[in-house]
Design a protein around this ligand. Structure first.
Ligand code: ATP
Ligand code: MG
Length: 133
């Protein structure tokens, strides 16, 4: 099934100059790009994006981090794009991520883990609307 998903290149990876490398990894895996933009997100946008994590101990720190610098937001499409992006991104904690995944290559902590990929197709639909509409 052709799907769309939201990818965010987070402030850690953006500031270190890994945007091009990261985009190449998705592109080389056969995924396509539908939309892209550079954003300095507001706390309000991030609260909506991370609403599932509201109340967790890392929530405030996560919002501070995600609003600390530029992010590249991308709508990525392809066959099973939601799960493929999550596989390419790797485990949430870069220490647990497999070799060759973006988080293994460019993540530095469970928080500063370089990229976001939507959890499932309904979340992808909501997140694409939130970031692009
Ligand atoms: P993402 O949603 O960014 O693709 P994910 O689905 O692997 O990542 P989630 O559980 O949805 O992970 O967590 C969202 C984000 O919150 C993580 O990517 C990470 O930046 C941060 N995060 C998750 N767990 C922790 C934690 N225990 N401590 C600090 N930050 C965390
Ligand atoms: Mg998630």
């Amino acid at each position: 099934m052709i799907e769309k998903t939201l990818v965010l290149i987070k402030p850690d990876a953006f500031a270190k100059g890994f945007v091009g490398n990261i985009i190449s990894i998705y592109e080389n895996s056969g995924l396509s790009f539908e939309k892209a933009k550079i954003v300095l997100p507001s706390k309000a946008l991030l609260e909506m994006h991370y609403k599932a994590h509201k109340g967790k101990p890392f929530f405030n720190s996560l919002l501070d981090f995600m609003s600390s610098g530029k992010i590249m937001a991308l709508v990525v499409s392809g066959d099973s794009a939601v799960q493929r992006v999550r596989n390419i991104n790797g485990a949430t904690n870069p220490d647990d991520a497999e070799e060759g995944t973006i988080r293994k290559l460019y993540g530095t902590s469970i928080e500063k883990n370089a990229v976001h990929g939507s959890e499932d197709p309904p979340a992808a639909k909501e997140e694409i609307a939130l970031w692009f509409e």
